[in-house]
Design a protein around this ligand. Sequence first.
Ligand SMILES: [Cu+2]
Length: 126
Amino acid sequence: MKKTLIIGLLVIFVLISGCTTTTTTTPAGEPTPGETTPAQISTEQQVNIKDYNFVPDIAEVPMGTTVTWVNDDNVPHTITSVSGSFDSGSIGPGKTYSYKFNQAGTFEYSCTNHPTMPHGKVVVRG
Ligand SMILES: [Cu+2]
């Protein structure tokens, strides 16, 4: 009688520990929030300056993204933040400019060399 009880308890224990192992494995198998953070740090986005346009004109990126503008035109352009948070200065033909966005928000920029160029935007998700 006692042996059956002990064996029964053992079986229950094994079942419980088996269940616990399974439940701990399931969240570990999908650590989406944990893995997203380090991935965001190394994220990169390229924006081309082509025919006096920013391509894409709106770049939506996760926080921590380094955006690199590539001047594909044969005249110098600038990437100048409308709010003043960044300014590339003159980017010659074929040259690049990179800026890392560590804050969420919408960052509108223009080219000071060509005020008629359509403005570009970087939308940084929080
Ligand atoms: Cu320009």
